[in-house]
Write a protein that binds this ligand. Structure first.
Ligand code: FPP
Ligand code: MG
Ligand code: MG
Length: 306
């Protein structure tokens, strides 16, 4: 049945919208010196998972349907499309900087920007993508959306900074980890979802539900990422694994293992709890294929292998 297949593949529902993503981003990055253009466009060749823009586009469509209380009103607004590609730009810029901080030689199955062109160029490429994202953001001309997405930039930097230092106190350590996880990963998903919800014209409580969906799936996503760092391989992930311990970072699997016997199982359980909360929140929107796809995605996040 058509309905069923649409639900089973969240990607299909936004495949057409996603097909222009890289080109839209490259346009934002084109008026620059030739080499800066080359470096900053490096990651926008369609090899990324485009997980964030997919979630943002599905959330936008689900919100538009909710607003009209009718499943045919699902077309993305131009401004929502911009938020989706800004989310991918912010994400990519932060990864380019992250690879400098983590001294990672690979990303998405090939040399990282810092490996290929050196740290100084990588820092500038990340900054350039970030600035171009800000220019695109301003063009939406919506101060609330500007505020929401600017908060993401602040969270990313302070989350990454929190990761540099750990808490001495045993009890504080886990809260510190969860707060850091929100800031470095979940804030981008939560606030991009919130931005498209605001643009849809939805009421405050729906905006909050969509935000909570993004927050919870974001935390689950990072918990699974921290798990995969332990149990997966560089070949599968396309980036270094077993990296966190080498960098001196204690993530959930280790923090749990310090108290209980099975750190991996407990991390999975915590990810499941967040995924269930995400489902609960998004289920409050008007029923649609897009809403159901957001539910399906929580399952994909928990069971992903890369
Ligand atoms: C990946 O974590 C890193 C992030 C999700 C955030 C990185 C943020 C910064 C470097 C701050 C700079 C921000 C801006 C706005 C330019 P990871 O190292 O655990 O994941 P990985 O295994 O994919 O490397
Ligand atoms: Mg890192
Ligand atoms: Mg890293």
């Amino acid at each position: 049945q058509e309905h069923k297949s649409a639900v089973s593949s969240p990607y299909k529902l936004v495949a057409e919208d996603l097909s222009t993503l890289c080109n839209d981003i490259k346009k934002e990055l084109s008026p620059s010196p030739a080499e800066l253009k080359l470096l900053s466009q490096y990651h926008f060749d369609g090899k990324g998972k485009a997980f964030r823009p997919m979630v943002v586009m599905l959330a936008a469509k689900a919100c538009n349907i909710h607003y009209h209380q009718h499943p045919t009103n699902n077309a993305l607004l131009a401004s929502q499309r911009v938020v989706a590609f800004i989310a991918e730009m912010i994400h990519t810029a932060s990864l380019i900087h992250d690879d400098v901080i983590d001294l990672a030689a690979t990303r998405r199955g090939r040399p990282s920007v810092q490996e290929a062109w050196g740290q100084r160029n990588a820092i500038l490429a990340g900054n350039f993508i970030m600035s171009a994202a800000c220019v695109a953001l301003a063009r939406i001309r919506n101060t609330e959306v500007i505020k929401i997405l600017s908060q993401v930039l602040e969270d990313l930097v302070s989350g990454e900074f929190m990761q540099l230092g750990s808490k001495e106190d045993e009890d504080e350590r886990f809260n510190h980890y969860l707060q850091k996880t929100y800031k470095k990963t979940a804030s981008l998903l939560a606030n991009s979802c919130k931005a498209v919800a605001v643009l849809s014209g939805c009421d405050e409580s729906s905006i909050e539900q969509v935000y909570q969906y993004g927050r919870n799936i974001g935390i689950a996503f990072q918990l699974v990422d921290d798990l995969l760092d332990f149990i997966s391989t560089e070949q599968l992930m396309g980036k270094p694994t077993a990296a966190d311990l080498k960098l001196g970072l204690a993530t959930a699997p280790v923090l749990f293992a310090a108290h209980q016997s099975n750190g991996i199982a407990h991390t999975k359980f915590l990810a499941e709890q967040h995924s269930n909360e995400a489902i609960k929140q998004i289920s409050m929107l008007f029923p649609s294929d897009e809403r159901n796809a957001l539910i399906t995605l929580t399952h994909n996040v928990l069971h992903r292998l890369k």
